[in-house]
Design a protein around this ligand. Structure first.
Ligand SMILES: *Cc1c(COP(=O)(O)O)cnc(C)c1O
Length: 427
């Protein structure tokens, strides 16, 4: 199996496993598709934020939605201008976030009334900076691939409740803030029907803010993880956004900027997680039926989605002498029974795959979004390297974390307190 022109076995040999690999060609195709949907398209960089991917977004004219100040800084470091970044902190500002955004001219989207007030207070204290802000509204309903990723409605902590917009206006007035942006983001991996319908609601909310210049419909474009199923068609989103925008522009009699900010749909498909099959095992169930386990070196510390959401990811084995297809459960090395790649509703679900041998390569697909970025050091496993493939070329976007200090950092870190930490590289 190849990713663009590079054999996965060569990547595994050269970089070791597990390793995250991204196809630039697939990424570019996704960008081309999404870019046409709205006049301003942001990338919700929390989905996957290695330098090479961010730089490709920048090259293609995509802007950024960041959910932490460190994400903002990572975007600036990758070459974005502050004017291209919007900061949507979830539900509160950490210590000096508001100050950082005001001082660095980063447009800020406030997701609670408290945040709006804190922005106002910080602006007053600093005595300078932009008084234009956006607010994130909870429209009263949401949609996601899992309850955990639904970010609208009464059971979501996100956004200013749609019946409290008077209070938002009062706070803005008190501090001399101009609410020139309105925003919703109703969830991740939901369905197009919800997305389309809620655009109408946002337009109605927007009409209540006389200074509106920007309307942001959020992310949430779905991605089809299952092989052989048609990809969700997002092209119908564009005319709907245009229609909504026309209503708003007519209402105010001026141009309004229309934005969207998907994450998943940009990167899910371009990413793979390569691992190695290390062992086989089996059990017998209550009825004496044999369950075959394929044990690889990919655990939930590397890819959390199956364990966190029961998410499906395509799996392929690459080897010379694989057996015929049969039901197998694919599991990882972490000390917990939940460490299973093929699971649903917290139960292992066998999948028909050719039986591999130890030493064969395993390739997990659809791993580009919420893959590397949700990985952890659980079981003292190092964070994985990230390789971007461009034709026949491999670019190392991130080195594997190592328990030794990196030689380049050695001299500096002797003095710094961080030299005591086991792992050295965060960005
Ligand atoms: C996560 C997030 C997104 C992106 O969601 P996707 O489902 O990946 O498109 C967009 N906006 C905000 C504010 C987010 O937190």
């Amino acid at each position: 199996m190849k990713i663009e022109d590079v054999d996965v076995r060569d990547i595994a040999r050269h970089y070791g496993t597990p390793v995250y690999v991204y196809s630039l060609k697939t990424l570019r195709a996704a960008i081309a598709e999404i870019k046409t949907l709205a006049p301003v398209v942001r990338y919700a960089m929390k989905a996957e934020s290695n330098r090479v991917i961010l730089q490709e977004m920048k090259k293609q004219g995509i802007h950024i939605d960041a959910v932490s100040v460190l994400e903002v800084q990572r975007a600036l470091r990758a070459g974005f201008d502050a004017s291209e970044v919007c900061f949507t902190s979830d539900v509160f500002f950490h210590a000096s976030d508001a100050e950082y955004c005001i001082e660095n001219n980063v447009y800020t989207n406030c997701g609670t009334l408290g945040m709006l007030r804190e922005y106002g207070e910080t602006l007053k204290r600093l005595g300078k900076g932009s008084n234009k802000v956006s607010i994130r509204i909870n429209p009263g309903e949401g949609s996601g691939h899992s309850k955990k990723t639904n970010t609208g409605g009464p059971y979501s902590k996100h956004g200013i409740w749609h019946q409290s917009l008077d209070e938002a206006r009062a706070i803005a007035k008190e501090y001399g803030l101009i609410i020139n942006g309105v925003h919703i983001h109703i969830g991740s991996g939901g369905d197009m029907e919800h997305l389309k319908r809620l655009t109408g609601k946002l337009v109605e909310f927007a009409k209540q803010f006389d200074d509106v210049e920007v309307i942001n419909f959020g992310g949430g474009l779905p991605y089809q993880y299952r092989e052989g199923q048609p990809e969700a068609d997002v092209s119908a989103y564009k005319p709907i956004l245009e229609e909504r925008l026309a209503i708003l522009e007519k209402h105010f009699g001026r141009k309004i900027r229309c934005e969207i900010e998907p994450g998943r749909r940009f990167v899910a498909g371009c990413g793979y997680l390569l691992g190695e099959v290390r062992a086989l095992n089996h059990t017998l169930d209550e009825n004496g039926k044999r369950l075959d386990y394929v044990l690889g070196n990919i655990g939930f510390c590397h890819l959390l989605r199956p364990m966190a959401y029961g998410s499906y990811h395509a799996i392929q084995f690459v080897g010379d002498k694989m057996g015929p297809e049969q039901d197998v459960i694919v599991a990882g090395p972490v000390c917990e029974s939940g460490d299973v790649l093929t699971q649903e509703n917290e139960e292992p679900v066998p999948r028909k795959l050719p039986l591999p041998n130890p030493g064969d390569i395993m390739v997990v697909g659809g791993a580009g979004a919420y893959g590397f970025v949700m990985s952890s050091n659980y079981n003292t496993q190092p964070l994985l390297p990230e390789v971007v493939v461009d034709g026949s070329k491999c670019i190392l976007a991130r080195r594997r974390q190592t328990p030794r200090r990196h030689p380049e950092r050695r001299r500096r870190s002797v003095k710094s307190r961080s030299s005591k930490s086991l792992f050295w590289n965060m960005f």
